[in-house]
Design a protein around this ligand. Structure first.
Ligand SMILES: [Zn+2]
Ligand SMILES: [Zn+2]
Length: 404
């Protein structure tokens, strides 16, 4: 029989043909193991090229403009973050990376993957699909779009807001990137690179504990485990990510430490007529409630307080269950893990709001907005929890511990 291993839980599965437009899911963890997409690689390429063309007006033209005491001020995607580079280089660089560099590099990786496929160059395809896989978690156009709405509501208190010429391109760019993020996968490129006739066959008596076959984390090919490197893409074959538990604990503990300064130090400082108003995340939410902006208060509270803490608690819970070899509730823990991965980037929202506010509220001593030291700690929490989620090998959640 033809077999393949689920890349998320390592279950050994029979390979079955999948009709166009359908996908096959793993019966244990529910991950999609085979997808026969209706969108071809050339369709993805067309969308990537369209997104590439839109990328420049979306990034360079102003998204919104306000009239602050008679002076028009506008913000583009990175204008605020560029200002931040001076005083808060880490926060500025983080916003620029997630809203400009990562989306650009992600689109570029799709274009280059098509080129590598065209020239049938395995090494290049390895690097670009590696980049593609890493970058997809850092593309935060959607987060920036919601941040823009939040910042917009905040500034309508003090100034008239108008839509800039880049906003339309930016919204369409987000739609195209959302389509790409849901469709593009390294495995699809590798399957196009070499057909799956190289798949391993096992005798029909093989069970899921059979460890003579291993799946490549990079390209998804199931193969005999005596190879040290994948014979399709060349990636190192590991049964589990090397020291996954240790890496996840390390980033999680570091993130937990930074949660305290992130919440105790002011995250934003408003200078108004020479007076200094400092706000921590919590006091910022409280003052939004006082002003009657309940919706935004809930959004900020969720993204900045609930999400980071939930990520730490959930990942900690999964790690403890792995370490204490808890057998029940694996499917539920897998759902929690997916949720943590999905929700990860939304905690960047407050930093994006800060970057937007910095570029919009800039009238020197009259009215000025800067981040506080809490923003650095908060940025570290965001990065560390994302690294923690990525270093956890989901197959560990499914490892069976009973006596064999
Ligand atoms: Zn699975
Ligand atoms: Zn491979």
């Amino acid at each position: 029989m033809h077999v393949l291993r689920c890349a998320s839980c390592d279950l050994l599965l029979h390979k079955v043909p999948v009709a166009k437009g359908f996908s096959a899911r793993c019966p244990d963890c529910g991950s999609r193991v085979v997808k026969n997409s209706t969108l071809s690689l050339s369709g993805e390429l067309a969308i990537a090229i369209a997104a590439f063309i839109l990328f420049f007006p979306a990034q360079l033209l102003p998204l919104v403009t306000i009239d602050l005491f008679g002076v028009p001020l506008s913000t583009s995607v990175t204008s605020g973050a560029v200002i931040l580079l001076d005083s808060f280089p880490f926060v500025g660089a983080l916003v620029i990376f997630s809203t400009a560099i990562a989306p650009f590099a992600y689109l570029l990786s799709i274009l280059l993957a098509n080129l590598a496929l065209h020239f049938h160059h395995a090494r290049s395809l390895y690097y670009v699909t590696y980049a593609m896989k890493f970058l997809r978690h850092w593309v935060m156009i959607d987060v920036f779009l919601v941040s823009l709405a939040v910042a917009g509501f905040k500034v309508t208190e003090i100034a008239e807001l108008s839509v800039g010429s880049g906003l339309f391109s930016f919204v369409v760019l987000q739609v195209l990137i959302a389509v790409l993020l849901s469709r593009v996968s390294p495995k699809k490129y590798w399957d196009a690179f070499s057909d799956s006739s190289e798949d391993v066959k096992l005798s029909s008596g093989a069970t899921e504990v059979d460890d003579t076959v291993i799946s490549c984390k990079q390209c998804g090919l199931t193969q005999h485990s005596e190879n040290h490197h994948c014979h399709r893409c060349g990636a190192k074959l590991e049964k589990r990510i090397y020291q996954s538990i240790q890496k996840t604990w390390a980033s999680l503990i570091a993130a937990t430490v930074f949660v305290f300064p992130a919440n105790l130090y002011p995250i934003s400082i408003l200078l108004s007529n020479g007076k200094r108003f400092e706000d921590t995340i919590f006091s910022g939410v409280a003052s939004l409630i006082k002003q009657g902006m309940y919706g935004i208060a809930i959004i900020i509270f969720t993204a900045s307080i609930i999400v980071p803490v939930a990520k730490i608690v959930f990942l900690g819970y999964i790690l403890i269950c792995i370490q204490f070899k808890v057998d029940s509730g694996r499917a539920q823990r897998m759902k929690i893990y997916r949720f943590v991965q999905w929700i990860g980037k939304w905690s960047m929202m407050d930093l994006c709001v800060i970057a937007i506010m910095v570029s919009l509220i800039d009238r020197g001593n009259l009215l000025d907005f800067t981040p506080g030291p809490g923003a650095i700690a908060f940025g570290l929490v965001v990065v560390l929890t994302m690294i923690a989620a990525e270093s956890l090998d989901s197959r560990l959640i499914w490892d069976k511990h009973e006596q064999r």
